[in-house]
Design a protein around this ligand. Structure first.
Ligand code: GLN
Length: 312
C-alpha cells in the first residue's frame, strides 16, 4: 500500500514521542513486553485512496482489543442486533477492560458492553462457523477485505503467550458459563479469542479499516457496502462510548472521534465521513491506552478540528 510520508505529521509525531517515556509496554501478555516503548507511527487513509503517514509505518503489531469492534461488526452481520444484544449490553462500565466486578452484580450475568473483555468473549462465542479454524478464517477474511490486504494473519507467538497466561479471561468465561451466558468449551473459546487478539497488521492497514468505518461501511475503492451502514453506526457509537476503556469519557471530551485502542499500542480512529486513522505506540498509560498515541490524537484533533462535538 502506498502511503506518502508527511512533514507536518512527522513534527507532531516527534512532539508526541516525548510522552512515551511516561508510559509502559503491556507485559501481562509476556510476548508484548518485547515491544520498543519509543515506537510511534501514524497513518491517515482518505476515501480517495490518498494516504499520509509518519514514523515507521511498516512496524507490525497485534490488534488486541481493537479486534473487538471488528468481531462485533461480523457478529452483528451474522446474527442481527436483536440477537446480539440479548447477550451483551450497550452501556459503558467505568471499570478496567478486564474487570469481573459488574458481572457479579448483574445476575443473569450479561456483560455491559462488547468492548470489555467479558463482552468481547461473548461476542467471539457468537461468531459463526463449525470449527474454531472456520470462525477465525471468516474473521480474517473480513479483516483482509477491510484492510485490502489478503496476507493479514495472526501472530502464533503472541496468541500462545496470551493463551498460556489468560487466567483472568478464563475466570470471566467460567463465570459466564456458570450463569448460562455461554455453553462453549472454555479452552476452545480462549484459543479462538487469543488468536483473534493476535491478528497482526501495521498502522496503514488500521487506518484503512478506520476509513471504511468512517465511510459508513462503504469501501470507496470498490463502492461495495462491506459493512452494513447500521452495523458501522453501532460500532462507531461503541467506539465513542467504550472504545478507550474507562478513559472513553475523557477521550470524547478532549479528542471527540470514534476510536478503539488495544494493549499492544494500536489505536484505530474513524473520523465520520472524512478519513481513517491508524496509530501504533506501544508505551501505554495506566488505563492501557497508547500514551503518545492519545497525545498525537489530541494535537490532530485541535489542529484540524476533528472533534465531532465541535472545535476543541
Ligand atoms: N487480548 C487482551 C486481553 O484480553 C486484549 C485487551 C486489550 O487490548 N485491552 O487481555
Amino acid at each position: 500500500m502506498f502511503c506518502e510520508s508527511n512533514k507536518e505529521l512527522k513534527t507532531l509525531v516527534e512532539e508526541a514521542r516525548t510522552y512515551t517515556k511516561d508510559g509502559k509496554v503491556a507485559d501481562y501478555i509476556p510476548a508484548l513486553g518485547k515491544a520498543n516503548p519509543n515506537d510511534l507511527s501514524i497513518a491517515i487513509n482518505y476515501p480517495d485512496g490518498h494516504c499520509v503517514s509518519a514514523g515507521d509505518v511498516s512496524e507490525k503489531f497485534t490488534l488486541q482489543s481493537i479486534s473487538k469492534v471488528i468481531s462485533l461488526a461480523l457478529v452483528l452481520i451474522d446474527r442481527g442486533s436483536k440477537e446480539v444484544f440479548e447477550h451483551v449490553g450497550m452501556e459503558p462500565t467505568g471499570d478496567p477492560f478486564n474487570s469481573i466486578a459488574k458481572l457479579e452484580t448483574m445476575i443473569p450475568a450479561k456483560p455491559l458492553n462488547p468492548m470489555i473483555n467479558a463482552g468481547a468473549l461473548v461476542v467471539t462465542h457468537l461468531l459463526k462457523g463449525s470449527t474454531n479454524d472456520e470462525k477465525l478464517d471468516r474473521l480474517l477474511a473480513f479483516i483482509q477485505t477491510l484492510a485490502n490486504d489478503s496476507t493479514i494473519g495472526y501472530s502464533e507467538e503472541i496468541a500462545r503467550s496470551e493463551y498460556e497466561t489468560a487466567d483472568l479471561n478464563r475466570a470471566l468465561c467460567y463465570f459466564l458459563k456458570q450463569h448460562n451466558r455461554m455453553n462453549e468449551d472454555v479452552e476452545q473459546l480462549l484459543n479462538l479469542y487469543t488468536k483473534q487478539c493476535a491478528i497482526e497488521m501495521n498502522c496503514l492497514h488500521l487506518a484503512r479499516i478506520g476509513m471504511v468505518f468512517a465511510m459508513d461501511g462503504v469501501d470507496p475503492e470498490t463502492s461495495k457496502q462491506v459493512i452494513p451502514k447500521e452495523v458501522a453506526r453501532i460500532c462507531k457509537t461503541f467506539m465513542v462510548t467504550c472504545g478507550m476503556y474507562n478513559a472513553s469519557g475523557e477521550f470524547a471530551i478532549n479528542i471527540g472521534i470514534p476510536a478503539k485502542s488495544g494493549v499492544a499500542g494500536g489505536i484505530m480512529g474513524a473520523v465520520p465521513g472524512r478519513f481513517g486513522i491508524g496509530i501504533f505506540g506501544p508505551a501505554l498509560d495506566d488505563k492501557g491506552n497508547s500514551i503518545a498515541g492519545i497525545k498525537l490524537l489530541e494535537m490532530l484533533s485541535k489542529n484540524y478540528r476533528l472533534s465531532m462535538f465541535g472545535a476543541t
